[in-house]
Design a protein around this ligand. Structure first.
Ligand code: SF4
Length: 243
């Protein structure tokens, strides 16, 4: 599964340039999980990541190339939860190395879809995520009480990784949080759109719909993303040539 590899390389390089802090995976540092959505009321919130019209996005990239996600790690670019004073730009990115799916595209596709749903099953106390699947927005209302208890992105990152690790196919997880930098968060929101388009195209291909590439609305994606056309051809429903 190489469709997201160039995105992973670009994003990892871009974030490595920025000032950042990194931590290894330590499950004991995962924040308390409530097992269900918690309502953090406005009056109890310190601020909202991505609130007040700030850029706010999330995306997940899956690869079978172990060298792209060689270990479990949490990376923070920008101020930590306890250092933020008001609504600010935000992005959360997950990069996953998954094993044992390289030979079967349907399985790879199912895995990608499965991974997309993990974010709906992480419920850290005092960290209320509001995700919009239509536009990849992810806003987070952060409670004052949780901040007083010392909640940090290191805790939240561990919570996410622990959840992903419940999936047997996941080998390594790299999770990134970006806060405060409006320009960078805008760029990453554009990347989130691109990643979503790749996944939508994959959907189209896996539905087995044969199309003429020259009139297919996904052509710009297939022209840009290495391996996409090959995937459609390989599937046996090769795109028809009408001319
Ligand atoms: S390979 Fe051609 S037909 Fe298939 S999704 Fe891409 S552009 Fe469309």
């Amino acid at each position: 599964m190489e469709l997201y590899n160039s995105t992973i390389r670009e994003v990892a390089a871009r974030l490595a340039e920025a000032k950042h802090r990194s931590w290894p995976y330590e499950p004991s540092r995962a924040w308390r999980d409530l097992g269900q959505n918690e309502l953090v009321l406005t009056r109890d919130a310190a601020y909202e990541l991505g609130g007040s019209g700030n850029p706010a996005s999330n995306f997940t990239c899956v690869t079978t190339d172990a060298s792209l996600v060689p270990e479990d790690s949490i990376t923070l670019v920008g101020p930590d939860l306890g250092e933020i004073g008001a609504d600010c730009p935000f992005c959360r990115i997950v990069m996953l190395h998954v094993n044992d799916i390289s030979g079967d595209d349907q399985e790879a596709f199912r895995t990608i879809r499965d991974m997309e749903f993990v974010k709906y099953h992480v419920f850290p106390e005092g960290y209320m995520m509001r995700v919009s699947p239509e536009n990849q927005r992810e806003q987070v209302r952060v409670s004052r009480r949780a901040l007083k208890k010392g909640m940090s992105f290191r805790n939240i990152g561990n919570s996410f990784i622990r959840k992903y690790k419940e999936k047997g196919l996941v080998d390594h997880v790299g999770i990134y949080f970006v806060t405060g930098d409006r320009q960078l968060c805008k760029e990453l929101a554009d990347t989130a759109k691109k990643v979503d388009t790749i996944t939508l195209t994959l959907n189209h291909i896996m539905d087995g719909l044969a199309t003429d590439c020259s009139v297919c609305s996904f052509k710009p994606v297939c022209d840009e993303v290495e391996g996409m056309k090959e995937l459609h051809f390989k599937k046996g429903e090769a795109p028809m040539k009408l001319d």
